[in-house]
Design a protein around this ligand. Structure first.
Ligand code: ADP
Ligand code: MG
Length: 425
């Protein structure tokens, strides 16, 4: 039928890390039941690694010989990917290590990144096994895009890297309190929300941020020139992925890397040489030699005042403060309608004290359809920022990063656009 196929140059090696305790404790069964066959069919060679304890994956990727792997894929919730990203960033060769394509297969109870990646692929919403199949299919396709990371400084001078969220107040409390309902799966967040609503409280603290300068809007009545949508950069996972199912509008059959073979049975296949990997802009680093550190150029010391260019929020009584950099916070929480994995933005939300319980519940229910910002709720504020600082005044509380509890206290964060790479759509 005129379809051409690419020859396999070398197998693409994928390490799949599975947390057997994530979600309902069924990640391994979900993998064998839904993903394994798909990978075999697409002839994607992989090695399955089952984590034995918390931080096992973090230690493993910190020491791994990454030249052996073309991608690291997480079959768990967001917590295991958080481990992997931080393990990569703790390496001497972090600049190269963090370029390893990362993939996500939803196997946890909190599958925010999987839901986001699925959403970025412009597919209609999917849950549970359907979401897993979608992410498995993306892994077989092997397209890779950029992923923003946010560096987070804690009072103890520890620095973490985050791909999803920083939360304090209501959302952080629900996240941690609902872990005991992990066995019910993704619905744990709704259960946690209802329980927390009953004991709604106010959290005192100071919030400041560096806003993104928005381009000036055209004056009313001016003619808007329509621009074609920008084509996302999608180099493929590795030039050698055996059967990429990427329709290629203009296959260059004479390319030296694109010898044609007919030994695989998919519809259309292209070679990544038609889709070259763009040189990623190197992050700002400091210090010569091998081990350079990533500089957070927007952040003063946590003991220094925030710069003049920052906005200081005048309210100090909050119900929640939430910084998100993906579209979804959970499978059914479409928190940032316009977000992309590499838009270079931290979406800062806060809800000030005074909101009623029903109004707060309405916001979370509306979030399933991404409609919470259209609720006209005067207590909800959304800002696009590049950096932020939160200084809790309430003596006790919970702060989470990517759904994982971190040290409570002052915290600040800044975005690093496109620092990592993500298998997506
Ligand atoms: P879930 O979405 O169900 O919370 P996560 O992937 O977030 O799933 O994992 C939950 C927690 O379990 C994370 O803190 C992660 O670091 C930790 N973890 C990873 N592997 C293991 C393991 N083998 N045993 C116990 N905890 C683990
Ligand atoms: Mg989790």
């Amino acid at each position: 039928d005129g379809v051409t196929y690419m020859e396999v140059r070398r197998p693409c090696r994928v390490m799949i890390l599975v947390n057997p305790h994530s979600g309902r404790g069924q990640a391994l069964q979900l993998f064998t039941g839904h993903v394994q066959g798909m990978l075999t069919e697409a002839t994607v060679p992989y090695t399955l690694v089952t984590t034995e304890h918390q931080n096992h994956a973090r230690e493993l990727v910190r020491k791994a010989d990454l030249s052996q792997w073309d991608a690291l894929v997480i079959m768990s919730g967001d917590g295991l990917l958080f481990e992997v990203i931080n393990g990569l960033m703790e390496r001497e060769d972090w600049q190269d290590a963090i370029q390893t394509p990362l993939g996500i297969l939803p196997g946890g109870s909190g599958n925010a990144l999987a839901a986001s990646v699925h959403h970025y692929s412009q597919s209609p919403p999917a849950w549970n096994e359907e979401l897993l199949l979608s992410c498995g299919f993306m892994l077989c396709k092997g397209l890779v895009g950029s992923l923003d990371l946010v560096s987070i400084h804690l009072a103890s001078r520890q620095r973490l890297f985050s791909f999803l969220s920083l939360a304090w107040g209501f959302v952080a409390d629900v996240d941690i309190e609902s872990e005991k309902y992990r066995h019910v799966g993704a619905i744990r967040f709704l259960m946690g929300t209802l329980v927390r609503l009953a004991s709604l409280r106010v959290y005192q603290g100071k919030l400041a941020y560096l806003p993104v300068e928005e381009p000036p809007r055209p004056p009313k009545g001016s003619v808007k020139t329509s621009q074609p949508p920008s084509t996302p950069q999608h180099p493929s996972l590795c030039s050698s992925l055996p059967c990429q199912l990427i329709p290629d509008p203009s296959p260059n059959q004479n390319s030296p890397h694109n010898r044609i073979t007919t030994n695989c049975n998919h519809n259309t296949v292209t070679n990544s040489s038609n889709n070259p990997v763009t040189a990623t802009k190197r992050p700002e680093t400091q210090g010569g030699g091998k081990s350079m550190t990533l500089v957070d150029s927007l952040l003063p010391g946590l003991d220094q005042p925030v710069p003049e260019s920052w906005t200081v929020v005048k309210e100090e009584d909050f119900v929640l403060v939430l910084a998100v950099y993906q579209s979804h916070l959970a499978e059914d929480l479409w928190t940032v309608p316009g977000a992309m994995a590499d838009d270079g933005l931290i979406h800062l939300f806060y809800v000030t004290a005074g909101i009623s319980r029903p109004a707060l519940l309405r916001l979370f229910l509306a979030m399933e359809k991404g409609a919470h910002l259209a609720c006209g709720c005067p207590y909800l504020v959304h800002e696009k920022v590049k950096a932020l600082r939160l200084e809790p005044i309430s003596p006790q509380g919970v702060i989470t990063v990517d759904g994982e509890m971190v040290e409570y206290g002052p915290v600040q964060a800044q975005i690093h656009p496109g620092l990592a790479r993500l298998i997506c759509g």
